[in-house]
Design a protein around this ligand. Structure first.
Ligand SMILES: [Zn+2]
Length: 73
């Protein structure tokens, strides 16, 4: 398990829109705003991302902040 030290070391997750930008209907707010995106968790040093730790593809809704990992139904 990772322990994140807030001052010099830490980890940070970035989200980037990825690939298929066709809007889909959000199951929570019912807006056709869901897009695929890619999240990447970085190991940070002095708040600068230096080492990519893991990445995964998700569905995300920018309106209600709903997210789901791609492949879960
Ligand atoms: Zn939504």
């Amino acid at each position: 398990m990772f322990i994140c030290l807030p001052v010099l070391l830490g980890c940070q997750t970035t989200v980037k829109p990825d690939g298929d930008l066709t809007p889909r209907v959000c199951p929570r707010c019912n807006n056709a705003a869901v897009q695929s995106a890619k999240t990447r968790t970085w190991f940070t040093l002095f708040f600068i991302p230096v080492v990519p730790l893991k990445s995964k593809r998700i569905w995300t809704c920018p309106i209600c902040q709903w997210t789901m990992a791609v492949g879960q139904g």
